[in-house]
Design a protein around this ligand. Structure first.
Ligand SMILES: [Zn+2]
Ligand SMILES: [Zn+2]
Length: 216
């Protein structure tokens, strides 16, 4: 078995991991690729703007290419937030003030250097294998009562999952990357006390072929 990459889940789901905030960075899983970023001194560049209201976006979290889920083409998935639009209560993708995109190493470095950070303190995570069953039926039975933020594997959500979502650009499989919990930073996130979910095109066909929505 090779290292899993996003497109592998076309045929079978990737391994899943629970995500829990670590008490200190030293308790975090080594090389854990998922980060919620704390403040740094930035060199303000030309800000990326919210597609809905035009205000500047802040950097919320990133998933770097790692053995948890290997990205083939890009170095990372970046989750940005519009502080203004994200206060609204609509969780629908494209309308919630969150923007997720693939980034190459240059775009990642630029974002890290120039973007404002949304959280006043970074959060590091422990990743523990879920051991979830691969077969859909077994998984559906297993997941009951296990709502929890996770990385990889199959989505576990409050409302029922849509299994037929496909990339609108290339028609490729739309893959679950991970979920995050509002309770990690309740003052700074609004998911109606629920969870936010990151999806991306398994073919990594374009920087914008990724999506974020939340439910409660
Ligand atoms: Zn906005
Ligand atoms: Zn695509």
């Amino acid at each position: 078995m090779g290292t899993p990459h996003l497109g592998d889940s076309v045929m079978k789901p990737l391994k899943g991991y629970w995500l829990d905030p670590a008490d200190s960075p030293s308790d975090a899983t080594p090389h854990l690729a998922f980060e919620m970023l704390g403040p740094v001194l930035i060199q303000p560049g030309r800000s990326r703007r919210c597609p809905q209201c035009g205000e500047s976006l802040s950097l919320l979290a990133l998933y770097r290419r790692s053995p948890f889920i290997l990205l083939e083409r890009y170095a990372a998935l970046i989750l940005e937030i519009c502080p203004k639009c994200s206060r609204e209560s609509d969780g629908t993708a494209g309308a919630n003030g969150f923007v997720v995109r693939f980034a190459g190493s240059k775009a990642l470095a630029t974002a890290l250097r120039t973007m404002k950070r949304h959280l006043p303190l970074g959060i590091t995570f422990r990743a523990t294998p879920t051991g979830e069953p691969m077969a859909k039926q077994e998984f559906d039975k297993w997941k009951r009562g296990r709502l929890h933020a996770k990385l990889g594997g199959r989505q576990i959500s409050i409302q029922s999952e849509s299994t037929k979502r496909r990339c609108s650009r290339c028609g490729g499989p739309w893959r679950f990357v991970g979920s995050i919990a509002e309770k990690w930073a309740r003052r700074y996130l609004n998911f109606g006390f629920g969870y936010g979910y990151v999806f991306a095109c398994g073919r990594e066909c374009a920087p914008s072929s990724a999506s974020f929505y939340w439910d409660r």
